[in-house]
Each structure stands twice: as C-alpha cells, then as structure tokens.
Write a new protein. Sequence first.
Length: 50
Amino acid sequence: PFNDCVKMGHEAGITAFIQPGGSIRDKDSIDYCIGANLAMVMTGLRHFRH
C-alpha cells in the first residue's frame, strides 16, 4: 500500500498490515509503520490477479 493507505488505516484503528511487498514505494509505508509503532508483514505473494 502507499503511505496514505497505511495512514488512513492507522487513523481507523488498524495496527497491523499484511501486503505482498515489491512496490517501489514500500519504504514510505515501512517508515510510517516504524514511526507509528505498527506491524507490517510482507508475504512476497500476490493476493489477487489483474
């Protein structure tokens, strides 16, 4: 997810995120989670197909 999605989730009370990883903007989301003391797990697996 992009950083704004993680921020919105956090504001809604979500404290853990699961995502496949591999985005060029992963670092933004990771940095937000670290700063907000949230958990983020990267599975390395896609959860949907286009």
